[in-house]
Design a protein around this ligand. Sequence first.
Ligand code: KG4
Ligand code: ZN
Length: 344
Amino acid sequence: MLVLGIETSCDETAAAVVRDGREILSNVIYSQIARHQAYGGVVPEIASRAHVEVLPRIIEESMTEARVSWNDLDAIAATRGPGLSTSLLVGFTAAKALSLRLNKPLLGINHLEGHACSVFLGERSPIQVSEFCPLLVLLASGGHTSLVLIRAIGNYEILGQTFDDAAGEALDKGAKLLGLGYPGGPEIERVARDGNPDAVKFPRGLRGRGDDPETRYAFSFSGLKTSLLYHLKSQPLQPGDPRLPDLAASYQEAVVDTLVSRIDRALDNHVVNGVGCAGGVARNKRLREKLERLAAKRKLPLLLAAPDFCTDNAAMIAAVASANLDFRRHDASELDVDPTWPLA
Ligand code: KG4
Ligand code: ZN
């Protein structure tokens, strides 16, 4: 079974061809970061224009690289939501047109489902998914931070999510305050390498108690950002300030500790067969290290999305589509994009 996946929910224009939901024949990504950098964040109008400009070439590249012809495809899949509406529209409309022209089914895929299931991409084929389920997955990106219980592909429970900023957003905003570039996550990680994570004690999210169902597994990062802001107001950074690495490392540590502590708490109350982490922030080495320690302590298999599949890509979209092809969610050609489509 051969699926062409298309992903344009934010600022990555991506297309991929995946066979049987496991074999990635191509995974082409055009990152628009350079176009948005000057603005310190994603500008929706620029993003959608760039998608229109480059998507046809990206789709063609993905087909050429996969060495398949249009007729070989069994289905077309595209991200239907959540995301920026004008960005989603470009990829979903292109997928509709292809589906109509080729007379192949169209699947509208949830972006968060793609991220959650990206832990199974590559070496771990979806065929073995059941052996790890229920699987507790932390999904941490620039737009989302959720703790998801995967019971099976298509069966998800959200245990908790962020009350305010997403983890990646907290890193992006923190980096801005520290005078670092965009995106902030990799910048903070780079500078933090020479810093002491215990130099400054930043707050670790909500002080939610383990027995409060509202906050038990919830995240909050806005207090952390404010805390850095006040710290810098009272002790401003000078050019070439030697405190910068310590501040970056301490800030990163607060984000990582908040994320890991919620997983730890969820593991106290849920019997699972594995722990996973996906989304852009899952590229972070400090987070990966601490998750390795946690999984070892809990004696659970750890499924970390491969770095290439952490940030937005279309392979995760095509792979989820393959799992659904026979029994759900097609045909999506009468549907519209859904910018706020929840995972569960
Ligand atoms: O999943 P993604 O590409 O896009 C969204 O769907 O949001 O995630 C982007 C986010 C950004 O906030 C970026 O700062 C963060 O992931 N990120 C990282 C790292 N690489 C990307 N955060 C921490 N460490 C990294 N190495
Ligand atoms: Zn994403």
